[in-house]
Design a protein around this ligand. Structure first.
Ligand code: DQA
Length: 145
């Protein structure tokens, strides 16, 4: 099983970015934990990681995933609330996708309550911090069984 993990804008700043909301781990540390979790779940799972601060770069990556990946885990960050382009890209490739947010977007500002991406996803995990990525992986893994 091949999984693509996409992180959107400002998530490269994790560790120092608003730690009271997003925690103190860097994106690399969160990604390493996910790799360990995947290995324990099933040694055959392969994960590729991609982070971009650019909407078009994320769209290109999703398009390139067609016929290459069995699942996508995406934290679109601020683009969650603005990007029809990312939502359309997910719909266009037909790959099972899970949306992840470190924070509980529904307990925050009103503008974070809407996701353009969510309707095109298998599901959404929000509010479980770094563990959200693991929960998303488990969801994709069990969905293919
Ligand atoms: C986020 C929530 C978004 O509203 C915000 O813009 C982010 C991070 C999260 O993981 O909690 O950058 O996606």
């Amino acid at each position: 099983m091949k999984i693509l993990v996409i992180n959107g804008p400002n998530l490269n700043m994790l560790g120092t970015r608003e730690p009271q909301i997003y925690g103190t781990l860097s994106l690399d540390e969160i990604s390493d934990e996910l790799k360990d979790f995947a290995r324990e779940l099933d040694g055959s799972i392969k994960i590729e990681f991609f982070q971009s601060n650019h909407e078009g770069g994320i769209v290109d990556k999703i398009q390139g995933a067609k016929d290459e990946f069995d699942g996508i885990i995406i934290n679109p960050a601020a683009y969650t609330h603005t990007s029809v382009a990312i939502a359309d890209a997910i719909a266009s490739v037909g790959i099972k996708t899970v949306e992840v947010h470190l924070s509980n977007i529904y307990s925050r500002e009103e503008f974070r309550h809407h996701s353009f991406v969510a309707p095109n996803c298998l599901g959404q995990v929000a509010g479980f911090s770094k563990n959200g990525y693991k929960m998303a992986l488990l969801g994709l893994y069990l969905a293919q069984k």
